[in-house]
Ligand binder design. Structure first.
Ligand SMILES: NC(=O)C1=CN([C@@H]2O[C@H](COP(=O)(O)OP(=O)(O)OC[C@H]3O[C@@H](n4cnc5c(N)ncnc54)[C@H](OP(=O)(O)O)[C@@H]3O)[C@@H](O)[C@H]2O)C=CC1
Ligand SMILES: CC(=O)N[C@@H](CCC(=O)OP(=O)(O)O)C(=O)O
Length: 346
């Protein structure tokens, strides 16, 4: 049994880690932290976990966390990087759900996260935690930087087109919408359901911190720099990301059937990517509570714009499910272990 520590257990991704690990046959949570809820039984804060845990929240202490095999950071940015060096030195492996180690260039990271990076030397070692692109490196990694939620949906949808150099890498557009759990559990007026219900809006249009992360990973796929316009939106619902991805095909003679075949081949061995039949319209509800990314291809009016639709549950494939998928790979467990749950219906 793997002993798991979770830093940031009262947030949405921390709670989702607890939910998923509760049925994982080879992992158990040994320590879960919260500074605000120190001493409170976990199942008192989250009654849906009653019967699955006797743990209480405690304040983060590195020496106690270091007795775990793996520690998940489900904390805001700029927290993991303060504790990770000590944990790694103690031989504990780390899966960071925040963005502290996702961007390899420390200067670029500082531009978008407005703080100096405290351990830039670890950026080269950290492995980007999107198993569909970095699987082999994840298996031996000490430190995995889980891919962000929007980045997961966007990168998976563009990957095959860029890897095969079928589209113009300088003209990529991603219009994506997220449920409000993506903003975390802390109270903010803008995130109240009464502010969101019956409404829909874009945000971060002039620059969102996921842009450099997505461009970094798409450039690896394309073998050279890419140009992306990324516009996130806020959905009046709790879970789910829907990304609509536009790119320009370089050779008009390449048919949609060929592209479909390419996507099916690219993801044939990926248990958590479902390439739906041509013309499908994936919905966020078809992945709710599951670790699946569902993708569908379109080519409106047979013109040169390829439209890829990609949906995930931001808290599962976009965060805690992906974190467990990474843990499974790091510890030689079956990649799908503990992640077999089918999406909720309806
Ligand atoms: N929500 C989502 O859909 C996704 C989130 N992520 C990332 O995962 C991380 C967690 O997100 P989410 O669960 O939404 O966040 P929340 O705001 O819901 O929870 C944050 C948690 O971190 C703890 N925390 C806050 N500050 C500190 C600190 N300085 N030291 C130790 N613990 C701290 C909080 O508990 P306390 O203050 O009591 O210690 C709380 O448990 C973020 O980096 C986020 O960007 C990634 C993908 C998707
Ligand atoms: C709806 C909403 O606010 N979403 C968050 C992104 C989710 C998140 O926590 O970002 P990471 O995936 O980088 O960890 C945002 O736009 O900042």
């Amino acid at each position: 049994m793997l002993k798991v520590g979770i830093v940031g257990g009262t947030g949405y991704t921390g709670a989702e880690l607890l939910r998923l690990i509760a049925t994982h046959p080879e992992a158990e949570v040994a320590m879960i932290t919260s500074r605000a809820e120190d001493g409170l039984p976990v199942d008192e804060l989250f009654p849906s976990l009653r019967g699955t845990t006797n743990l209480r929240f405690s304040v983060p202490e590195v020496d106690k966390l270091a007795s775990c095999d793996v520690v998940f950071f489900a904390t805001p940015h700029n927290v993991a990087m303060k504790l990770v060096p000590e944990l790694l030195a103690a031989g504990t492996r780390v899966v960071d759900l925040s963005a502290d180690f996702r961007i390899r260039d420390a200067k670029l990271w500082s531009e978008w996260y407005h703080e100096e990076h405290l351990c830039p030397d670890l950026l080269a070692e950290a492995v980007y935690g999107l198993p569909e692109t970095h699987k082999e490196a994840i298996t031996t990694a000490r430190l995995v930087a889980c891919a962000g939620c929007y980045p997961t949906a966007v990168e998976l949808g563009f990957l095959p087109l860029l890897e095969e150099k079928l589209v113009n890498p300088q003209q990529l557009i991603a219009s994506a919408a997220s449920g409000v759990s993506g903003a975390g559990r802390q109270a903010k007026i803008d995130n109240l359901l009464a502010e969101l219900d019956g409404s829909f809006k874009a945000y971060g249009v002039s620059g969102h911190r996921h842009l450099p992360e997505i461009e970094q990973e798409l450039a690896l796929a394309a073998g050279g720099p890419v140009g992306l316009t990324f516009t996130p939106h806020l959905l009046p619902q709790v879970r789910g990301i829907h990304a609509t991805l536009y790119s320009q095909i370089l050779d008009s003679a390449v048919g949609l059937d060929e592209l479909q075949f390419l996507f099916e081949k690219r993801f044939a061995n990926e248990p958590f990517v479902d390439v739906m039949p041509l013309g499908s319209l994936p919905q966020t509800r078809t992945v709710r509570g599951s670790n699946m990314c569902r993708i569908a291809l379109h080519r409106p009016q047979n013109r040169d714009t390829i439209v890829v639709l990609s949906v995930i549950d931001n808290l599962v494939k976009g965060a805690s499910g992906q974190a467990i998928q990474n843990m499974n790979l790091m510890f030689g467990l079956p990649e799908t272990m503990g992640l077999e749950a089918v999406a909720l219906l309806p």
